[in-house]
Design a protein around this ligand. Structure first.
Ligand code: MG
Ligand code: MG
Length: 257
């Protein structure tokens, strides 16, 4: 089901997204070699709770943390742990904030130290594909136009798109309709209308698009254990414009990439 938001509701989601953006910025200050991923989770949770908000993911279907931390071949939904980041890793940090009744959701993948040029290119292409998808997320287009833009761009570079996991509507629920696949045909799927708030989140693999779930019931990794990248924004589709509600600004102020 798709819940269309009023402009007042979009404004609240924007406030939620601002806290989220700043939480990501705090995390970014600590993303480096030798840091335990559980420490990043602690930073995010404290920041969110200090700002009259709640981490959306913690307790969601039993998820144990404020952040999903997905290193290297982990696509999404990894747990923060005692693992210490090491030179050459990539790490996706996905976070959600619940504030005044509304969620926001965004993710960013960082390189740690010296990462191979092939993997840096994967990160850049995945991030660029997010913005290409956002450009297509306008009133009158369809969901398939968004996924098509992402898929065409990354597949032309030889990468693959994860199919089993998709973007989603965001609002009073962390995950609402419609599903927002990162692949698809132009002109297919639900029509984009004013008041839709969606998370667009390309998950792009260096090797096979196939994934497997670890026995913990959450962690999703690539079947061939090659790296995967993930970037996400929550956007509001309004009559006159599409607004990116979440921000990576505070990450990029604190992390050189
Ligand atoms: Mg997310
Ligand atoms: Mg999401």
């Amino acid at each position: 089901m798709i819940n269309y938001k009023t402009s007042e509701e979009v404004q609240i989601i924007k406030e939620s997204a601002d806290i989220l953006g700043r939480a990501h910025g705090e995390v970014a200050k600590h993303v480096k070699e030798g840091v335990k991923t559980s420490f990043l989770d602690k930073i995010a949770e404290e920041f969110i709770r200090d700002h009259q908000a709640v981490p959306s993911f913690k307790g969601y279907n039993g998820f144990p943390a404020a952040l999903c931390i997905s290193v290297n071949e982990v696509v999404v939904h990894g747990f923060p742990s005692d693992y210490e980041l090491k030179d050459g890793d990539i790490i996706s940090v996905d976070c959600g904030v619940f504030h005044q009744g509304f969620h926001s959701d965004s993710a960013y993948t960082y390189p740690i130290g010296e990462v191979s040029p092939a993997v840096i290119a994967l990160l850049k292409a995945t991030k660029d594909s997010l913005y290409l998808g956002i450009e297509r997320a306008v009133v009158g287009n369809r969901i398939g136009d968004v996924g098509n833009a992402i898929q065409k761009f990354v597949e032309a570079k030889g990468y693959t798109v994860v199919r089993e996991l998709v973007g989603h509507g965001v609002g009073k629920n962390l995950h609402e309709g419609p599903e927002v696949p990162n692949y698809g045909k132009r002109g297919s799927g639900p029509l984009l209308k004013s008041g839709m708030v969606i998370a667009i989140e390309p998950m792009v693999n260096l090797g096979t698009r196939n994934i497997v779930q670890e026995r913990d019931g959450w962690t999703i990794r690539t079947a061939d254990r090659k790296p995967s990248a993930h970037y996400e924004h929550t956007v509001a589709i309004m009559e006159d414009k599409t607004e990116v509600l979440t921000t990576h600004k505070y990450i990029e102020e604190n992390f050189k990439f």
